[in-house]
Design a binder for this molecule. Structure first.
Ligand code: AFP
Length: 333
């Protein structure tokens, strides 16, 4: 079979991006492409060496760290170590932001990322992801993070890499959503679909149904409604992989809903699981750019002001019809 098509680098260089200088975007995405290729290659062979399993440590979230969580985080740090215009890195795996390049001058950027999304899938050869958000830093480089602790509406670009049977990179810079597939023969990401539009309604939902009893009563009613099989709009199939990037990707291409409702706390409040800055805000930007929606059950995820780097929120993301219905049913009270 012949190999033709547009590479990611050519596509970025020749397309106007809505929110940041396209030469900056090219530089940053070239590094993310490098990260994606390294991680994709390592995951393909991870069961052949000593790369699976736990490190024996816990991360800032109190979760047990997998060896691949730690390694993929290092891949990111290596990739951006000497890289103007990126001056700050915020990761699921690091308690504090890492500030690079003291001489970094405006315009400079922060990358916020989950290096290995769905890490419970590492040891079972399941789908995994990497999620990233790009924000412009204000003024000269500083170790303050107030300009990073801003709502998702301040993102200039966002994306994710999905490591499934194939590796795909999805991104938006505020002018639509494009998808690229890693062509191992050519060593490059090739354009697969441009200007993706999420279907306005879907036929599948993704949730950890095992947590059902912990959800707010209205979230439980919502799930019961989706599966009550009275008609076409109440006959959803359950599809859940344990990797947000993989479950969201299905919604992006085929429509439907990913939800991780808040879990009730003993104090009577609900608490989200997914992290706002490097999981939810970037996916929300992609969903909206594709015509979908993302809500914490009460309002737009993109408008939530983070209190700290590792804040969590409930999430209802996907096709507009399902997200709107969740809000109407007051799923989070
Ligand atoms: P990490 O692997 O990055 O910690 O994230 C996993 C995740 O945030 C998301 O990818 C999954 O959809 C969700 O958590 C899985 O959570 P459960 O194991 O509780 O279903």
């Amino acid at each position: 079979m012949g190999i033709r098509g547009t590479t990611l680098s050519h596509h970025v260089a020749t397309r106007r991006s809505a929110r940041l200088d396209s030469s900056d975007l090219s530089l940053i995405l070239e590094r993310i492409e490098h990260v994606a290729k390294r991680i994709s290659g390592a995951l393909a062979h991870s069961s052949l060496g000593d790369d699976l399993g736990y490190t024996g440590e816990t991360n800032v979230q109190g979760e047990q760290t997998k060896k691949l969580d730690r390694w993929t985080n290092e891949v990111f740090l290596d990739a951006f170590a000497h890289h103007h215009p990126v001056c700050s890195l915020v990761s699921e795996e690091m308690e504090e932001a890492l500030h690079l390049n003291p001489e970094c001058r405006a315009p400079s950027y922060a990358i916020l990322f989950d290096p290995l999304d769905g890490s419970s899938n590492t040891d079972v050869n399941g789908s995994l992801g990497t999620i990233f958000s790009i924000r412009k830093r204000t003024g000269v480089h500083s170790s303050e993070v107030a300009d990073i602790l801003q709502p998702g509406t301040e993102q200039v670009a966002a994306g994710y890499i999905l490591y499934g049977p194939g590796t795909q990179l999805v991104y938006t810079a505020g002018a639509g959503v494009d998808i690229f597939t890693l062509d191992h023969r050519r060593g490059a990401f090739m354009l697969w679909r441009e200007g993706i539009k999420m279907p306005p309604r879907g036929a599948a939902y993704a949730v950890n149904q095992g947590n059902f009893v912990k959800f707010h009563p209205n979230a439980r009613k919502f799930i019961e409604h989706l599966t009550s099989r009275k008609d076409k709009t109440t006959s959803y199939a359950l599809r859940y992989t344990g990797a947000f990037a993989a479950d969201f990707h299905r919604c992006l291409l085929e429509g439907g809903l990913y939800l991780y409702p808040g879990e009730a706390t003993p104090a009577g409040q609900t608490k989200g699981k997914l992290r706002l800055l490097y999981e939810l805000a970037p996916m929300a930007m992609i969903a909206e750019q594709a015509g979908g929606k993302a809500s914490n059950g009460k309002g737009r995820i993109m408008e939530v002001l983070p209190g700290s780097l590792h804040d969590r929120q409930p999430i209802y993301i996907g096709s507009a019809a399902e997200v709107e219905l969740a809000e109407q049913m007051k799923v989070e009270g």
